[in-house]
Write a protein that binds this ligand. Sequence first.
Ligand code: ADP
Ligand code: MG
Length: 326
Amino acid sequence: MEFDLIGRIRDRTAQLRDDVRLGIGDDAAVLAVPPDHELVMAIDTLVDGVHFPHGTAAADIGWKALAVNLSDLAAMGATPAWALLALTLPPSASAHARTAFVDGFAQGFAELALPLRLALVGGDTTRGPLAISVAVHGLVPAGQAITRGGARVGDTVLVTGTLGDAAAGLACLRDGHVGVQPSERAYLSDRLNRPTPRLAAGIALRGRASACIDVSDGLLADLGHLCAASAVGAEIEVAALPLSPAVLAVLDATAARDVAFAGGDDYELCFTVAEAEVSEVIGKLARGGCRATRIGRIVKGEGVRVRDAGGGWLDIARKGWDHFAP
Ligand code: ADP
Ligand code: MG
């Protein structure tokens, strides 16, 4: 049975790469790392009911399980190459339900993986409460990975895309979409279920961004991590936050600001660039189809401070999603 499931996954994600010397089917995969490159690796787990609402479509779970990992590679400026997949499937479901889930999952995974030429090279399939771990492996030219630790005082802080869409989408889902237009609902639920990893932007930022992090737990929390790693502080302008028309339509101004600051699951990139290079970087990302917005500045000190439209400092109590918060 498990072998049948593995075969179904393999068939649906099949991807020819000549650097895959040995893929699914042996005890381990064998991969050829190109000369003068470094391997960049990340892993993330999605648990049913914790990282996605129970009942989320299998294809959406397949997409998202890969997307959240690719977002970590994007933040490092890496080009994705290979992935491993550990699937834990509930024993209670019938064989038919398991097959249907695996087919849907593999299809969503493949929709994201195939255009990127990412090869699924192995994994593990086991029984238990529904959970998915994906490990991704990417490549950067040696020494060119972008880290959280390089931001310098005076650098500009930027973010790709718009913030708060996924949290607004989740709120709409929980509230039963009362009063939400179908087009806004579709946009927000897509942002929640099918996040776009900013891979091209990450690659374009090699050698240009002084530091970068992906926004998975909320802007303030993640920018806080970047600041701590760089031993600097940041000042952010509320008025500069990039908000989508859908977020502004479904939330009032305060709630929109709060999801932009503290909502998780956006998978945008927050990065820092020397002031002299900001316009060029924004233009370069725009030519790749990715909007980037200046939201603040790196300063001496520590922590993230937020200035409101009137120029005063804002007290933001909830800084981000914490799985272990009481
Ligand atoms: P082993 O017992 O040696 O770990 P398995 O029976 O778990 O091997 O897996 C057989 C092959 O199928 C291995 O190549 C493994 O990487 C692959 N595989 C298992 N589960 C998955 C999965 N969910 N996705 C992709 N490949 C998988
Ligand atoms: Mg073995």
